[in-house]
Design a protein around this ligand. Structure first.
Ligand code: AMP
Length: 187
């Protein structure tokens, strides 16, 4: 059972890597951004609440997102583990995740931080063309990342729970580095 937290700024390739790696190790890929985007498309009550924050590039309120993660972690549907992609996003979420994992008698193996230089992130995001990838929203998302999410690097590092991976190389090389981390973590 492999249980990983993927950290990294928007555009770092976290989503791409989480999708590839989760399939290889049969882990549930839990992307809060994907779940929220699909709720917005379907205009569920959650989607209607979340949309205005997402359109601006701001974080959706913590309790809404925590509910999604709780539901996924409690119903693993035959998956042998999980990869959290885009959660936690601030220190409160990291604490709420700790509480949740304790409650369900699980623990993450480590937090993997994908490192990519800023100028590369902006170029990648503007090329991607998602609805929240316009220049102004990209700027807000990077700011939100720096102010609220980046402190989690120290949060996990101080617990010796952080492993950094170079995200500024070819996709398969990034995957290879992550697989090496997984090999080390496997009993
Ligand atoms: P992402 O696909 O991870 O870049 O997420 C896209 C958007 O969804 C973010 O800009 C936020 O508005 C929202 N979002 C995703 N994950 C979270 C989270 N853990 N907490 C709050 N908002 C989130």
């Amino acid at each position: 059972m492999i249980k990983l937290i993927f950290l990294g700024p928007p555009g770092s390739g976290k989503g791409t890597q989480a999708a590839i790696v989760s399939e290889r190790v049969n882990a549930a890929h839990i992307s809060t951004g994907e779940i929220l985007r699909s709720a917005v498309t379907q205009q569920t009550p959650l989607g209607q609440d979340a949309q205005k924050f997402m359109d601006k590039g701001e974080l959706v309120p913590d309790h809404l997102v925590l509910g999604l993660v709780r539901e996924k972690l409690q119903n693993l549907d035959g998956y042998a583990g999980w990869i959290l992609d885009g959660f936690p996003r601030n220190e409160l979420q990291a604490q709420l995740l700790d509480d949740l994992l304790r409650e369900i008698h699980q623990a993450s193996d480590c937090a993997i931080n994908l490192e990519v230089p800023d100028e590369i992130l902006i170029a990648r995001l503007l090329k991607r063309g998602r609805k929240d990838d316009s220049e102004e929203v990209v700027r807000t998302r990077l700011e939100v990342y720096r102010e609220q999410t980046a402190p989690l690097i120290d949060f996990y590092r101080s617990r010796q729970h952080l492993i950094s991976v170079n995200g500024h190389v070819a996709i398969d090389q990034v995957t290879h580095q992550i697989q090496q981390v997984i090999e080390q973590k496997r009993p």
